[in-house]
Design a protein around this ligand. Structure first.
Ligand SMILES: C[S@@+](CC[C@H](N)C(=O)[O-])C[C@H]1O[C@@H](n2cnc3c(N)ncnc32)[C@H](O)[C@@H]1O
Length: 286
């Protein structure tokens, strides 16, 4: 089968290549379990010949429960609310979201992932509550203003080019109703990044090379390095968006300190069980 890139259905943006490569694989008549085995590493690093879609989705169920609790969202009236998930992949967490929210719009840069997401939700979630939306340019959502009660993104913004990541933050705010909540996960600097980030830049440049570039963008070692795309500190995000937000909370790992000097009002909340390289922005849209 011709790849969707060869058919001209996707962009040539280097940041999108590993996802589109994995998406091509999911197009190739693999069973849902094969998709997880062959591309599971793309999503949560749980590799293994035996990993099934069911087990993969169970990791998403657990994380939805965990983050609703850690990020103090347990009181959120999910049953009457709509959620936009940015970077849904094949629906690892989407299935659990459809069990909680009245309506879920799953968005992803790869359209084949969205087809698989529908299958995942049909099997493990509530398909009557799911809508999918392709993020064709990797930076804007085809969703109307003020239409969602919550916008959520996990391990996605770190893989985008910095400007695209910031654009998607703006989009999350745009599509969320005033009084609604954005729940966005970012990756910030850790010591290992001194090596990882330049290596990521190098690998992404190699993805553009003729002939070898295509394979490189599918190999696990290469994609894991290449997707190390950006590190966004809270100050950068708040400088651009704090004026559109209220009740800003920044959750980060209790194992490390996180310096935030933004002038806006915010609560800095060291929390157990958050990855030390991650932080979360949870805020109400003004
Ligand atoms: C590591 S996966 C995480 C998937 C899901 N959030 C989860 O936790 O299982 C990152 C996802 O983000 C998507 N993605 C990467 N860049 C994107 C962009 N610019 N716009 C929308 N989705 C993007 C990828 O296609 C992939 O499905």
């Amino acid at each position: 089968m011709k790849s969707r890139r060869a058919l001209g259905r996707s962009t040539h943006h280097p940041f999108h290549l590993p996802w589109l490569g994995a998406g091509d694989l999911t197009d190739n008549e693999l069973s849902a379990d094969d998709v997880v085995r062959k591309t599971g590493w793309v999503f949560n690093n749980e590799t293994g010949d035996d990993l099934t879609l069911k087990e993969f989705v169970e990791t998403g169920d657990k994380e939805v429960r965990l983050f609703m609790r850690l990020l103090r969202l347990e009181e959120f009236p999910t049953e009457t609310s709509s959620l936009v998930e940015i970077g849904s992949g094949i629906g690892r967490m989407t299935a659990a979201f459809t069990q909680r929210f009245r309506k879920v719009t799953a968005c992803d840069v790869d359209s084949a992932f969205l087809e698989r997401c529908r299958q995942t939700v049909a099997k493990f979630g509530r398909i009557d509550r799911l809508v999918t939306s392709h993020v064709a340019d990797g930076k804007s959502l085809s969703i109307t203003d003020n239409s969602a009660d919550m916008a959520f993104s996990y391990i996605t913004l770190q893989h985008c080019e910095t400007r695209d990541a910031l654009s998607l933050v703006g989009e999350a705010i745009r599509v969320t109703k005033p009084g609604g909540v954005v729940v966005l996960n970012f990756r910030t600097w850790v010591k290992g990044d001194v090596l990882l980030v330049p290596l990521g830049f190098l690998v992404r440049s190699m993805w553009r090379m003729p002939v070898v570039g295509g394979s490189l963008s599918r190999w696990r070692w290469s994609t894991r390095l290449g997707w190390q795309a950006n590190r966004l500190k809270p100050d950068i995000v708040l400088a651009e968006f704090a004026n559109k937000l209220d009740k800003i909370q920044i959750f980060h790992s209790a194992k490390r300190s996180l310096t935030v000097t933004a002038k806006s009002e915010f609560d800095l909340l060291p929390t157990n069980r958050i990855n030390p390289s991650h932080w979360w922005l949870v805020a109400q849209v003004s």
